[in-house]
Ligand binder design. Structure first.
Ligand code: ADP
Length: 592
């Protein structure tokens, strides 16, 4: 392959000629420092190259080296617990994210360490038939993750050789597959081009919730394993706290946290906390099941694009092992801004607010890679990629292009509301604007595994909150006196829903995580209160009398979220008994 020649440099965009036969999305090395770039447009013998490293100092006429390969990443033992930059180059520590410019330019380092020896236990033997995705053995990569070694997609045949149990590097051949007479070595590590989704056998309906331990998420706007969610919110509304609590508490085996922030600095504060976080289930370091991807400060905005694809490809790889994975991205607005920047430099015709016309299709492709699947290969297994992305709309305006386009492609919307945050109602998720398309799908799981009345109770809470909003507007116009008693009860029930259920302190040892059973127990108290009180109100008992008769019980119910631990839920029996007693007495008084 001939070298190309730089003709023009415009920030991260480099145009080169003598690039005939180059491929779209081929990786090239640009200029003397061999900066990494990807071809994003071809016109005759000219290629437009998106460069992922700082291009200052590069001059016209310098060479462009072709690689003939698409942007690919390495997949194998050695990923977990690591911090990578947007091109999957390993960073020794988060501090490296903020190092001064120019040091790492053009540096080619292997993504996965080549020297470490991993203890490999084969699960197949010579003569076995394998196909792409078949598990040939395991490596216990961390105390939390059994890394299943897979035959790469599109490789299939009979095993000609399999090594004995022992210690191997990621480059040692551990098996040889006879593929129609060709001998194909399989190693602990494989490569995959990031822009191409990894194959699977079948996409399945997402019917199981991905539990997060956050009540408003799990019960009001649930996400399913394999689902997609967007968390839009202005600065300070709680995006980071929500994403971190997802990374920490959600029932995903592997979490991939992609930070495509405002250069390195914005991300470091966020990522710096990770090494000290503990996995709540095992008490082990959270990094034993987490991978971080973040752009370093010397990488231009274009690298945000790469980091999104690097992240989702890693998530798919662990999905293929049969795991539930969660990709957390903060924030996709920054990625979209990078696309806008590059589109502008390429003099493309802009669409809404300067964003390129292909923004919707890029977002669609990204969210399309989420899903719960039957994986390729043997033995039969299922895995999922769930995607939760923050969106940062300027000024909190959800009608701007990135938020509104994202809404078209996600099935769950967790909008953060600045006025709730200011009122210290956390998580500040607006219960009127939020939605989840998975409620019907996951209701069966909840009804069967947690409480047969889950759906009914949840819908009662949602109805009450919607009606409360309407009533508040009426109160604003004509004052509270005008409300009927049954409407006053709705305001009381709504208050209880907000205080006892929706509000949840991410920093409280007990409240930070609510098991599904605990969520249902709190919800049941609210449901019982509403059901009994409604009957009394119908019989002419004023709401105020009912609330007064409760004495300290309502505050006690509100406090229970931070007082009753997930493993002492029988304490809710007592609260329930007390509640029922109050109502039985009121009923007696009313003369039944
Ligand atoms: P953003 O990322 O949207 O700019 P943050 O996630 O940093 O906002 O949240 C801002 C502040 O709001 C946090 O520092 C914290 O004090 C508070 N906060 C947000 N969510 C919660 C929560 N669930 N529980 C307690 N405090 C919260």
């Amino acid at each position: 392959m001939d070298n190309g020649r730089i003709v023009r440099i415009n920030g991260p965009l480099v145009v080169a000629d003598n690039m005939r036969n180059a491929q779209m999305y081929e990786v090239v090395e640009v200029g003397e420092p061999r900066l990494i770039g990807e071809i994003t447009r071809i016109e005759g013998d000219r290629a437009f190259i998106q460069v992922y490293e700082d291009t200052s100092g590069i001059k016209p006429n310098e060479p462009v080296y072709r690689t003939g390969a698409p942007l690919s990443i390495e997949l194998g033992p050695g990923l977990i617990g690591k911090i990578f930059d947007g091109l999957q180059r390993p960073l020794d520590s988060i501090k490296e994210l903020t190092k001064s410019p120019f040091i790492a330019r053009g540096i080619k380092v292997p993504s996965i360490d080549r020297k470490t020896k991993w203890h490999f236990v084969p699960k197949v033997k010579k003569g076995d038939k394998v196909e792409g995705g078949s598990i040939i053995g395991i490596v216990n990569e961390t105390p939390l993750v059994e890394h299943r070694i897979l035959v790469p997609p599109y490789v299939h045949g009979t095993l000609k050789e399999v090594v004995a149990e022992g210690d191997y590097t990621v480059e040692d051949p551990i098996a040889i597959v006879d593929m129609n007479g060709d001998e194909v070595p399989v190693k602990l590590m494989q490569k995959w081009p990031v822009r191409i989704p990894r194959p699977f056998k079948e996409k399945l309906e997402p019917t199981e919730p991905l539990l997060t331990g956050t009540r408003v998420l799990d019960t009001i706007f649930p996400i399913a394993k394999g689902g997609t969610a967007a968390i839009p919110g202005p600065f300070g509304s709680g995006k980071t706290v929500t994403l971190q609590s997802l990374a920490k508490w959600s029932a995903a085996k592997i979490v991939i946290y992609v930070g495509c922030g405002e250069r390195g600095n914005e991300m470091t504060d966020e990522l710096r906390q990770f090494p000290s976080l503990k996995d709540p289930w095992t008490g082990r370091p959270l990094l034993e099941r987490t991978i971080l991807v973040a752009n370093t400060s010397n990488m231009p905005v274009a690298a945000r694009e790469a980091s999104i694809y690097v992240g989702i490809t890693m998530a798919e790889y662990f999905r293929d092992q049969g795991y539930d994975t969660l990709l957390v991205a903060d924030s996709t607005s920054r990625w979209a801004e990078a696309l806008r920047d590059l589109g502008g430099r390429m003099e493309e015709m802009p669409a809404e607010e300067g964003f390129p016309s292909y923004l919707p299709s890029r977002l669609a492709e990204y969210y399309e890679r989420a899903g719960r699947v039957k994986t390729i290969g043997n033995p039969e297994r299922f895995g999922s990629v769930t995607v939760a992305s923050a969106v940062s709309p300027p000024g909190g305006d959800f009608t701007e292009p990135v938020t509104s386009q994202t809404l078209r492609f996600v099935k769950v919307f967790w909008p953060l509301d600045v006025s709730l945050a200011q009122a210290r109602h956390y998580p500040a998720i607006n219960w009127l604007q939020g939605f989840s398309a998975y409620v019907d799908l996951v209701a069966n799981w909840w009804n069967t595994n947690v409480d047969p009345k889950w759906r009914e109770m949840r819908d009662m809470m949602v109805r009450t909150l919607i009606r409360e909003d309407e009533l508040r507007q009426i109160v604003r116009l004509v004052g509270p006196e005008s409300l009927a008693e049954k409407d006053k009860l709705i305001l009381e029930t709504a208050r209880l829903i907000k205080e006892a259920f929706l509000k949840q302190n991410a920093y409280d040892d007990i409240d930070a995580f609510s098991s599904p059973q605990k969520q249902a127990r709190i919800m049941r108290l609210i449901y019982l209160f509403n059901t009994y009180a409604s009957k009394l109100v119908e019989r002419g008992i004023p709401t105020k009398k009912i609330v007064d008769s409760m004495g300290q019980l309502l505050p006690e119910i509100i406090r229970s979220k931070a007082a009753i631990k997930n493993d002492e839920l029988n304490r809710y029996d007592e609260l329930e008994r007390k509640l029922i007693t109050v109502f039985e007495n009121l009923e007696k008084e009313a003369g039944t």
